[in-house]
Ligand binder design. Structure first.
Ligand SMILES: Cc1cc2nc3c(=O)[nH]c(=O)nc-3n(C[C@H](O)[C@H](O)[C@H](O)COP(=O)(O)OP(=O)(O)OC[C@H]3O[C@@H](n4cnc5c(N)ncnc54)[C@H](O)[C@@H]3O)c2cc1C
Length: 419
């Protein structure tokens, strides 16, 4: 994406009835809903960085409807599966509506996704995922190797499932578009980190050059909540990295099957996420590591690119001559038992976040729901988001670092050819 002109940062002393911290999918969606519910109130949205520099602008661009729960379909978990499906679908529809209303140009494609299996562990998951899709009556098509080859131009996968729901997009373009079209009563201040919070009846947010006293404060800062004193030892950041090629030529594209663009999610949690993008690039992400919740340094990204390339050559040997044009990293919020966070943290302080790598549609729903919850507006969405399981707790550092590193590493167990 070309650079975006950031909104001015905030300094001085201010009072706002509502303040949201974090302008990713959660915070942006929360801002849209708060503005709708309180058209006469002034709402402040702060971000420490520029919009698009958090996970919401750095992800793989899958707006998911049908989440993938590893392991056998468990009948007694049906209410959970149905609840997550409703939450995801609500987020997906909200994004669709905003994109149409504001004509956001983000390569949005209601194309559904392919879920793939190349090695034995993912093949076992193939059956479980099929059972889940059948039980929840989610439209899907089972694909064998030939059909996958025909669609994607790689014979790497032994089996797959095409799920008809779900959309692909350019995530940075989407968050830019959402930030550029915020309602009039929302003020966005970028490059404005909240350094600390004085929790009192009217919480006060301390900024590098000022402070904001606010009636209600909503935290949408993903894995960085602990820096502000929330969810300590319950949420960590896992750093992922990916690369994309230069644009493919028409001859190169002709080797890639029948679809103009596609997305493949692995049926193994450590497997590669691969896309053929709307602008004719192959984009691939297959590394994850614990790096203290930070982005990777340039040198490390160059090393990770070697891992991305290996995965690319395995899938597309006839494109081995195509250079990679860019590599990047991003940090996703992970919990130790896969739960999410939603609710009140202290008087007039609310929080939503921590989606374990699946926060585009879910974060959009949670953002809307936390706005309703903080406004005391009941809704089915609030009910659905409110029943997150309690988070597992990991003792403080250094145990937290060890626990997070082991959790991230465990996702690659048995990944084999799917990486
Ligand atoms: C490489 C990668 C690939 C992914 N792929 C997918 C995918 O394909 N599909 C999917 O659904 N999910 C995916 N995810 C996960 C998804 O991106 C996240 O779950 C989602 O973006 C989280 O949104 P959020 O708004 O809660 O948090 P974020 O987007 O992280 O936004 C939080 C914001 O808070 C700001 N902030 C933090 N601390 C402060 C502070 N003290 N003061 C002010 N501002 C602060 C940050 O700057 C940031 O902009 C991926 C993640 C990564 C990293």
């Amino acid at each position: 994406m070309p650079p975006r002109k950031p909104t001015p940062s905030l300094s001085g002393t201010h009072r706002y009835k509502w303040t949201i911290v974090g302008a990713g999918f959660t915070g942006l969606s929360c801002a849209y809903r708060l503005a709708e519910l309180h058209p006469n109130d002034r709402i402040l949205l702060l971000d420490a960085r520029q919009v698009g520099q958090g996970a919401s602008g750095r992800n793989a661009g899958f707006a998911i409807a049908a989440s993938y729960f590893p392991g056998k379909y468990e009948l007694d978990k049906t209410p959970l599966y149905q609840r997550v499906l409703r939450i995801n679908n609500t987020g997906l529809n909200l994004l669709r509506t905003l994109i149409t209303k504001h004509q956001i140009d983000c390569d949005w494609q209601n194309s559904g996704f392919h879920h793939s299996a190349a090695d034995c562990e993912a093949l076992a998951q193939h059956k479980f995922y099929r059972d889940y899709l059948e039980a929840l009556q989610i439209d899907h098509t089972i694909l064998d190797r030939d059909e996958l080859t025909n669609r994607l131009g790689t014979s790497h996968y032994q089996a797959g499932i095409y799920v008809h729901q779900g959309a692909l997009m350019q995530p940075a373009a989407l968050v830019y578009g959402l930030a550029n079209n915020l309602p009039k009563n929302v003020t966005l201040a970028e490059n404005t980190p909240v350094l600390s919070i004085k929790a009192q009846k009217h919480p006060t947010l301390i900024l590098p050059k000022g402070e904001v006293e606010t009636g209600t404060f909503i935290l949408a800062v993903n894995y960085e909540a602990a820096k502000l004193g929330f969810l300590r030892n319950k949420l960590a950041g896992s750093t992922l990295s990916g690369s994309f090629t230069r644009k493919l030529t028409n001859e190169e594209l002709a080797t890639l099957g029948t679809l103009k663009q596609w997305g493949v999610l692995s049926l193994h949690g450590g497997g590669a996420t691969v896309r053929l993008t709307n602008d004719a690039r192959i984009c691939l992400r297959n590394s994850a590591e614990y790096h203290g919740g930070k982005l990777l340094e340039r040198k490390t990204i160059a090393k990770r690119q070697i891992i991305h390339k290996k995965s690319f050559y395995k899938r597309f040997p006839e494109l081995a001559h195509v250079p990679f044009e860019y590599s990047w990293s991003g940090v996703e919020g992970i919990t130790f038992n896969g739960t999410n966070f939603f609710g009140k943290q202290a008087e007039n302080i609310f929080l939503a976040g921590g989606y374990n790598g699946s926060g585009v549609s879910r974060g959009t729903s949670f953002g809307r729901a936390i706005a309703e919850y903080a406004s005391n507006i009941p809704s089915d969405l609030v009910d659905d988001c409110s029943v997150c399981a309690p988070a597992s707790f990991v003792p403080p550092r250094p145990f937290l670092d060890i626990g997070a590193a082991l959790t991230v590493r465990s996702r690659f167990k048995g990944v084999g050819l799917d990486r």
